[in-house]
Design a protein around this ligand. Structure first.
Ligand code: PLP
Length: 398
């Protein structure tokens, strides 16, 4: 291996680029999709119901509603929670924009509470400080797959009469105090995007134990239209009759996609096992390299590991995060940064959010790099990542 960094013209650690995340589709998945294509039903139908039942069972919830994306799932959950014009909803800045955008869709106001610098998850004490008379809900994110402090958050929610919509896009299969997440919060959202644990191509699902929420979520998925006799205002019309009773959207998912989801779900345990093994291997190697902080895990959480994020102790290096990041990328390692604090985005700046709002989140953002993590990675891939880190950090070390 050449010591000259690839970014300076040396030979990269790998010839082939290693992405940061990737789906794993096998022949069984392909057959399951092809079967639906040969059937009579393409859009939301029997496969969607089957996926709902199976995911509800997997997480231990009474109900699940599957929709077109994780973002649609969050939007539907905000609708079901009754978020409307002027309502405040507390979330974390270290997340994908969807966790806050879903509040804006409903005319609500996202309020950012700072993170715990150790776990990178929303800090329960900071949540309480942000509560006002207008606060209606909390959207905590199980960031990277690590469960948030659910007992603490639910206790606050109960005291202030708030609804908890858990954004568990990173965390299907994660356990909190030995119990799978999905039925602990009032509603839990999972994403079925290809970089997440299991995929439908695009898709999302909300799980809940509350039948009222389940009804509202289902209505929202299809324009707010119902044929349910119990919900109709006019019960005298014929069997053609339906009513739009809410303003919903077309957030339906196809049975083509749901067949893929059902097939993927059969493999979720092996996918998560691989993710946990890779994270452990990273921990073992990287804890020996000076200048890196590996991800701290709370004992109450058994993460399903969507992301593996390292913090660079920048004071130990001659280069900044940007140089280190670009040098790793030149070695053909698919590094990434999760996330730019949501309120840094120009759209949020225009809404009036100011830098300095969440100092822990802002400091973390300067120092993080996401490493590749997906079940199909082999030992050589993991070793290449470690080699590239040793090479790059070795070069820039003070
Ligand atoms: C992936 C993700 C979502 C949902 O994303 P979709 O692409 O719409 O499925 C929401 N929140 C977080 C934190 C995510 O990572």
């Amino acid at each position: 291996m050449s010591d000259i960094l690839a970014i300076n013209g040396g030979r990269p650690v790998r010839d082939k680029y290693l992405p940061y995340g990737q789906h794993w589709i096998d022949e069984e998945d392909i057959e399951a999709v092809a079967d639906v294509l040969k059937s009579d039903y393409l859009t939301t139908g029997p496969k969607a119901r089957e996926l709902e039942e199976k995911i509800a069972e997997y997480v231990g919830a009474k109900y699940a509603v599957v929709v077109a994306s994780g973002t649609a799932a969050l939007h539907a959950a905000c609708f079901a929670a009754g978020i409307k014009e002027g309502d405040e909803v507390i979330t974390t800045p270290i997340t994908f924009a969807a966790s806050a955008n879903c509040v804006l869709y409903q005319g609500g106001i996202p309020v950012f509470a700072d993170i715990d610098p150790k776990t990178y998850n929303i800090d329960t004490n900071q949540i309480e400080k942000k509560i006002t008379k207008k606060t209606k809900a909390i959207i905590p994110v199980d960031f990277t797959g690590q469960a948030v402090d659910l007992d603490g958050i639910l206790q606050i929610a109960e005291y202030y009469n708030l609804i908890v919509i858990e954004d568990a896009a990173h965390a299907i299969g994660t356990e909190y105090k030995g119990k799978k997440i999905g039925a602990i919060s009032h509603m839990t959202e999972f994403s079925l995007h290809p970089v997440k644990h299991i995929t439908t191509g695009e898709g999302g699902i909300i799980t809940t134990n509350n039948g009222e929420y389940q009804k509202k979520l289902s209505l929202f998925r299809t324009h707010g239209i119902t044929r349910d006799k119990e919900l109709l205002t006019n019960k005298k019309e014929g069997s053609w009759y339906y009513e739009q009773i809410e303003l919903g959207y077309n957030y339906r998912i196809t049975d083509i996609q749901c067949a893929l989801g059902i097939s993927q779900l059969k493999k979720i345990d092996s996918f998560i096992k691989k993710r946990r093994e890779i994270a452990e291997t990273y921990n073992r190697y990287l804890s020996q390299i000076d200048g890196i902080i590996i991800p701290y895990q709370e004992p109450y959480s058994n993460s399903s590991w969507h992301l593996y994020i390292i913090q660079i102790e920048l004071e130990k290096f001659k280069a900044g995060r940007k140089e280190i990041f670009e040098a790793l990328k030149a070695e053909n390692i698919g590094v990434n940064v999760h996330y730019i604090p949501v309120y840094y985005h120009p759209y949020y700046q225009k809404l009036g959010y100011k830098k300095g709002l969440c100092p822990n989140a802002e400091k973390l953002y300067e120092r993080i790099i996401t490493l590749p993590l997906f079940p199909k990675m082999n030992n050589k891939d993991i070793e290449d990542v470690v080699k590239a880190i040793e090479k790059v950090l070795g070069y820039y070390r003070k």
